[in-house]
Structures are given as C-alpha cells and as structure tokens.
Design a binder for this molecule. Structure first.
Ligand code: PEP
Ligand code: MG
Length: 590
C-alpha cells in the first residue's frame, strides 16, 4: 500500500530509491558495499563474530558465582539462543548476499526489522525481549568493530561507498542524524535522506543541502512507518515522502527528476559569468564550506572565495582526540591553497547547541546535557572558556594565512567584553608567532552578527572589526525565540518576520555607512526568494553552499538595484513583508 509522510522540505529535488533504515545510535557503524567476490568472506566475518560472542557468553555463564540470581543464567541462555536463531543469523546473511551490505550494516538492518516486529507484539513480556536482541547485536557489532578486515578501507569508518555494485539507488531513513554523521555521507551512495526530527535550519539540514541531495526532515513517524527496503520517493521541494508509490506516481516523479536535472544543467552555464546586476553593481557570491576538501567544489561552482568555513566540523566526533595546531594548520592551508588566492573566511569553532563535539542526537543533547543548549556554552563563549584551544586555533589559522588570503570570523558575539577578550587573545598569539619568527599574512577580522544584541548595537561592534557576516539562521532563532532544530516550532521560524528584516536592514546599512564589508552567510543568502530583498537592502556579498551559487547568480543578473532600493523601505516597514516584497520587488517568497 502506498502512503505519504509529511515533513519539512530542506533540500530540493526528487530522489527515488529503496529505504535503508538506520538507528541513530548505529549511524556510525561502518556501512559499505562488498563486492560479489567478497560475499563469502563477509559471511565468514559474521560467523566468526558470532562464535566469539558465543564463547564470551558461555565463559560468562561458566564463571557465574554460585550465589548469582538464577535469572542471570536464564538471560544468558536467551542470548545464546538468539545467536543461533535463524531470524537473526540467516536473515542477516541475506542482507549480505542479496544486497551486498557489509556485516555491520547487515546486522543493523536486520535489527531494525526485528525491533519493529517486537514493537508490534501484544504480549508485554515478548515486547521487552527486543532489548535482548539489541544487546546481542551490540555485542556482535563490538566484536566486528575490533577485528581488522580487508574489505573495509580504513578501520571500519568507511564512507558509504558502492564500488562495483549495480543495486537500486538507496535512501537513508533515520530518526535523527547528527551533523557530523551527515558529513560522513558526503560521498556516499545515498540519493536522499529522511529523518523524524530536525528543523529546516538545523545543522543536519544545512549539511544535507550542502550535499545537494533531496532531503526531508521533521517527518515525525517516518522511521516507524517506513520499512527496510520499501521504495521511496523523496520530494525535497514539497517535504513529502511517498512510500511504495504507484506506477503512475513514480512516473510523474521520474519526469520531475529529469526536469530538474535539465534545469541544473542550464544553470551550470552561468558558473563563470561575473555576478553583476543590470545596473552594473558587482555582487560577490561566496561559498560556505564544512571541510577543506569542499574548497575545490566551491571554485568549480564559481565562488569568488569562501565566506564561511565552519571549522567546528574538524573537531567533531573525535572522542578526546581533538585536532592539534599542526593538524588544523594543514586543514586550513589545504583550503587556502585550493582557493588559489581567493579569500577564505575561517570561523573559529562554533561548538555547542546542535553541533556537539561528540556524536549525540538532539534528544540525547537535550536530556543529557544543557537544557537549552542553543543558549548555553556555544561558539565564542566556548572558545573563551577553553583559552588553550582558542589560542591553538588562532595560531593555526594565522600560520595558514602565509599561504593566501585569510580572514578570521568570530561567531555569536553578543558582548563587547567578549570581543575585547577575543581580540586580545588574537593580538597575543600574533606577538608569539612574531617572536618565534613564524610568518603570517595580513588577516582581516570579522564578527558574525547573529544575536539580536549585536545587531542592535552594530555601530559599537563595527569599531572593532574589519567586516561583518550576518548569520541569519541564528539571528532568526534568537530574535524569534525559536529553536532552529526543533520541528515542533518550525512553522514559527519565519525569515520574513518584520523584526528579523529590520535587524538585517539596519545591520547592512550601518556597515555600508561605515565603509566596512558586510555579507550574509545564513541560509537566506542561498534562497532565491530573498535575493532581491537583500540586494534592495544594499547587500553586495552573499555566502552560501556552492550548489546554490548559479541559482542566486541568475537572480542577481536579472536584478536592478536602483529599483529595489527605492522600494525597500516599504517592504521593511510593512506588517506583511512577504506580500509587500511580492508586490513591490517582484520577487517570489515561497
Ligand atoms: C548562521 O547562524 O546563519 C550561520 C551561518 O551559522 P551556523 O548556521 O553555522 O550557526
Ligand atoms: Mg550561526
């Protein structure tokens, strides 16, 4: 039966493929395809892991103290029985032989199938046996993770890679995916993503957009309603997931898929056209990147620099092993050199909120850590509370500036005291490098304006900085008191809110008056619904995912800023700016 699941459209386009359900906690087990020749070996790995776990459990049983409760031995019996049960072992083998999944992936896939069957049982005692299956699978995964094996490329953390496989396209379905896990999928086989939770501007959604892969988040019941291997259509424009579509619906979506491919090919031709408005105003279109390797995609997409390097992605999911100064320096240098003299704006780490250092889902974050992480120890606050790491990062960035044009950006500043402290640390680090005879370039320093306090006092902040970058994602979140990662309030996350637009307009105007560069690097910059509005406010620098550059360039090429500027006051002072924008600027709010 075909059903539809509704969520939030976060990354455009249509993806069609088979569902791969992955539990959030298991997203980071190795997932890759084995070749036909490796299947026997992979089945063997599974068998060997099972033997190891059987030995472990038998040893545990043997060594039980005589006064141990009888239930303990019975429990071990249940686990041993499960290890030999066909619904686990044979069915897991099936995922390896039929779908070419590696053993860990096959186990996670089968666990999802079994967990669902247990959830649907009426008998409470039987329903609770799900925990036993989970424990057994965790043991197997632990054993598999320990042992080295040829088919994995590096230590079980292989990105989803489909060498030589001719299977159907795949779509990932999970309750939640941490931003860093999403990053791991960059070069993966997945043609689309669906998650139960998440907001339109959560970092998971941003990474999905940066991959330019159709995605729907906040689809609530998706991972419960969708079954392993179901056929799915992800409509990333409308935020709809069609489960097991009829032939007619499938044909319709295939047609739309071809149309959007044609549209992309057409836009591609604009890659190297200079972005200049009809009235001759040059507009700078920059790229947002998460890793140094993204820099080459930025150049290919026609970006004239990197407007936001989210350096925190270098720090995530490393356990205690954070990148030291040299490792960071190499990463920054790689990005700088890949840009061939174009500027690279490196933001100091924005750790915290929905980007924890370790791989935590949103729920874990909310319950196990700060109650309100978005208002907690995040971004510059975090850096100032870890002065050693802050100095290390600044040293690494400065050293990389000897290889090209580098700009430093401080995230989430709200107090002038913070600004002075951060600039003080930077001055001291420069002095140390000078004394050590280490070269570095002339680095401009900028502030992200993403807290209303900074936008209101922008004239104060401007005195301390060479440039500003407006983080509209957070500016909206903090102005409207809406958690950007929470789908239950996502309908209230409104970039068109007059208060947001007023803060944006005054920040841009103040920077222009002061003769300082100002850019927007939030998601609004890459959304064509806002291009005319931002140009009308006097913005001449936009930073976005490389995949959005040609789309925005097309809008810039057709815009006349004289006309837009003449109308902007009406839009900004309107109680319904979206409607006014449509009427006066002729742009198309979605
Ligand atoms: C923003 O807040 O708009 C921004 C660009 O930063 P991030 O999305 O990484 O918080
Ligand atoms: Mg931000």
């Amino acid at each position: 039966m075909s059903i539809q699941v509704f969520g939030l459209a976060v990354s455009r386009g249509v993806a069609i493929g088979r569902a791969v359900l992955v539990a959030s906690s298991r997203v980071d087990v190795a997932h890759y395809f084995v070749t036909a020749a490796q299947i026997d070996q992979e089945v063997d790995r599974l068998r060997q892991a099972r033997d190891v776990v059987v030995d472990e459990l038998q040893a545990l049983q043997r060594d039980l103290p005589s006064d141990a409760p009888a239930e303990l031995s019975a429990l071990l019996d249940v686990h041993l029985m499960l290890l030999h049960d066909e619904t686990l072992s044979e069915a897991t083998k099936h995922w390896i032989t039929e779908r070419h999944y590696n053993a860990e992936w096959a186990l996670s896939a089968q666990l999802e199938v079994l967990a669902r069957q247990f959830d649907e049982m009426d008998d409470e005692y039987l329903r609770e046996r799900k925990a036993d299956v989970e424990q057994v699978v965790e043991r197997l995964l632990r054993v598999l993770g320990k042992e080295p094996h040829e088919s994995a490329v590096h230590g079980g953390q292989v990105p989803f890679d489909r060498q030589g496989s001719t299977e159907d396209p795949l779509v990932l379905v999970a309750s939640d995916i941490a931003p860093a896990d999403m990053l791991q999928f960059k070069h993966s086989v997945f043609t689309g993503f669906v998650t139960d939770v998440g907001g339109r501007n959560s970092h998971t959604a941003i990474v999905a957009r940066s991959m330019d892969i159709p995605a729907v988040v906040g689809a609530r019941e998706a991972s419960r309603l969708i079954r392993q291997d179901d056929w799915l259509v992800i409509d990333g424009d409308a935020g709809i997931v069609v489960v097991n579509p009829s032939t007619i619906v499938l044909e319709e979506y295939r047609f739309r898929q071809r149309q959007s491919q044609l549209e992309r090919a057409r836009l591609d031709r604009l890659r190297h056209t200079p972005a200049v408005t009809l009235d001759g105003v040059p507009v700078e279109l920059l790229a947002n990147i998460e890793l140094p390797a993204d820099a080459s995609a930025a150049v290919e997409a026609g970006a004239v620099g990197v407007g936001l390097f989210r350096s925190e992605f270098l720090f995530m999911n490393r356990g205690g092993d954070l990148p030291d100064e040299d490792e960071q320096f190499e990463a920054y240098r790689q990005a700088v050199q890949a840009m061939h003299g174009l500027p690279v704006t490196i933001r100091t780490v924005d750790i915290g909120a929905d980007k924890p250092l370790d791989r935590l889902t949103l729920q874990e974050l909310r319950h196990e850590h700060a109650l309100n992480p978005a208002l907690g120890l995040r971004a510059i606050r975090w850096s100032l509370s870890e002065p050693g790491m802050f100095r290390q990062q600044l040293r690494a960035i400065l050293r990389a500036s000897a290889y090209g044009k580098v700009r430093i950006l401080f995230p989430m500043v709200a107090h002038l005291g913070e600004v002075k402290m951060a600039l003080d640390v930077l001055a001291r680090v420069k002095q140390q490098l000078d004394e050590a005879g280490r070269p570095f370039g002339a680095v401009e320093v900028g502030a992200m304006i993403e807290v209303p306090a900074a936008a209101i006092l922008v004239d104060h902040f401007l005195r301390y900085f060479d440039f500003l970058s407006i983080g509209t994602n957070d500016l909206i979140q903090y102005t409207l008191a809406i958690d950007r990662a929470d789908e239950s309030v996502s309908h209230l996350y409104d970039p068109w809110h007059p208060a947001v637009l007023r803060l944006l307009a005054t920040t841009i105007a103040s920077a222009n008056e002061a003769g300082k560069a100002v850019s927007v690097c939030g998601e609004m910059a890459g959304d064509p619904a806002f291009t005319e509005l931002l140009l009308g406010m006097g913005l001449q620098s936009f930073s976005m995912h490389p995949s959005r550059i040609t789309l925005i360039k097309q809008r810039v090429l057709r815009a006349d800023t004289r006309r837009l500027r003449a109308q902007i006051e009406r839009v900004v002072s309107s109680t319904d700016p979206a409607a006014e924008c449509r009427a006066s600027l002729g742009s198309l709010p979605q």
